[in-house]
Design a protein around this ligand. Structure first.
Ligand SMILES: *Cc1c(COP(=O)(O)O)cnc(C)c1O
Length: 360
């Protein structure tokens, strides 16, 4: 049989997202969604938008949304790019900034799995820098490779890192930015609102910094698919060129309206993210009492391992009790589970179920 697809298809290894709940009554702690619904102001804005204008194409430049993001973050609107979920924004950035022939893109060996997937899609070489025994980023490793004569394509980190939860303080992000000023450093801040400090504060000083954030986690809008990038105007122009070579209208009318409203309701945002942070502290304490090693996390998940129980078996035991958590069958982390923080009730159910599994 003659194959119809492009040769590149054979080389891809697509990202595998966490599974969907198979039915009702499940506690879903495997994809780091927000346990709370989005702000009521968002629902109202989407309903109002649905009442008018769906027969026309949406604003290709998402000006209203970008203005809301710019105002929230205190940057000019020329420094904001909006896209269809941060995964797509990341993909556009890989295409726009990291295709430099044989020069490799630097990333940690334990980080967000999509980075490797995009490298294959766009034919970008990648060089993985081993995290240390505590699964922390090795900046010296980045510096050593970044200074190589052969050159690099750039660097990408998740901050806080996924799936470890480690937050790299801004002075250390600055160190990364200074290793190779002629190459982009992409900082994926999907979890920044759960305790970290955003590198957006550094955009004015570093022309090689692009920060990407999402509304999927801290703003409870995973179902709406909105992400954005902030960087100096030439970087945003490059993203626009790639975007307009791929899809002029990646963000629908409803998504633009709902996302813009999310940035206006600061009180709701503050209340829900503080609730998640509070539950994270409680959950961490309970898990440690049960003997788990819990990595310090500034995200809405915990990365944990038990010295006496196999991670895959724990995940299976939880699934039997209708609780989903994430297990990555990858070197170095196969004995860990990544557990989304969830609501206080969900965390309590998780703790009860784990106790029963550990002490039958
Ligand atoms: C969840 C996540 C994203 C993707 O978010 P979307 O905006 O929903 O596409 C990106 N990066 C990391 C590290 C994530 O965990």
């Amino acid at each position: 049989m003659v194959s119809l697809h492009s040769p590149r298809v054979e080389t891809l290894s697509p990202y595998v997202p966490g599974e969907q709940a198979p039915g009702d009554g499940w506690i879903k702690l495997n994809t780091n969604e927000n346990p709370y619904p989005p702000s009521p102001a968002v629902i109202k804005a989407i309903a109002a938008a649905a009442a008018e204008g769906l027969e026309r194409y949406p604003d290709p430049q998402a000006r209203h949304l970008r203005a809301a993001i710019a105002q929230y973050h205190g940057v000019p609107v020329e420094q904001v790019f909006a896209g269809n979920g941060s995964d797509e924004v990341l993909a556009l950035a890989f295409c726009a900034f990291f295709q430099h022939g044989v020069q490799p893109l630097l990333m940690a060996d334990v980080t967000y799995g999509f980075y490797e997937v995009y490298c294959r899609l766009f034919g970008i070489r990648c060089a993985q820098i081993a995290v240390d025994d505590g699964l922390r980023l090795d900046l010296d490793g980045f510096a050593a490779l970044g200074a190589a004569d052969a050159g690099i394509a750039g660097m990408v980190i998740a901050n806080p890192n996924a799936p470890t939860g480690e937050f790299l303080p801004l002075e250390r992000v600055q160190r990364l930015l200074e290793i190779q000023p002629r190459r982009l450093v992409l900082v994926d801040e999907a979890y920044i609102d759960f305790g970290g400090q955003s590198a957006i504060a550094l955009v004015e000083r570093y022309p090689n910094l692009l920060v990407v954030q999402t509304l999927s986690k801290s703003r409870a809008l995973a179902g709406l698919r909105v992400g954005f990038a902030i960087g100096q105007a030439p970087l945003i122009d490059a993203l626009e060129r790639v975007k307009n070579s791929f899809n002029s209208y990646p963000l629908g009318h409803l998504a633009q309206a709902g996302a813009a409203a999310a940035f206006l309701d600061r009180a709701y945002f503050e209340e829900t993210r503080q609730a998640v942070i509070g539950t994270r502290t409680l959950l961490c304490a309970h898990l440690r009492l049960m003997g788990f090693d819990v990595l310090p996390s500034q995200a809405n998940f915990l990365f944990v391992r038990h010295p006496r129980f196999d991670a895959r078996e724990l995940a299976a035991g939880l699934k039997h009790a209708k609780i989903l958590v994430r297990h990555f069958p990858r070197p170095r982390v196969e004995q860990f589970l990544r557990i989304s923080v969830g609501s206080e009730d969900q965390a309590a159910s998780l703790v009860r179920t784990l106790r029963a599994i550990l002490q039958p």
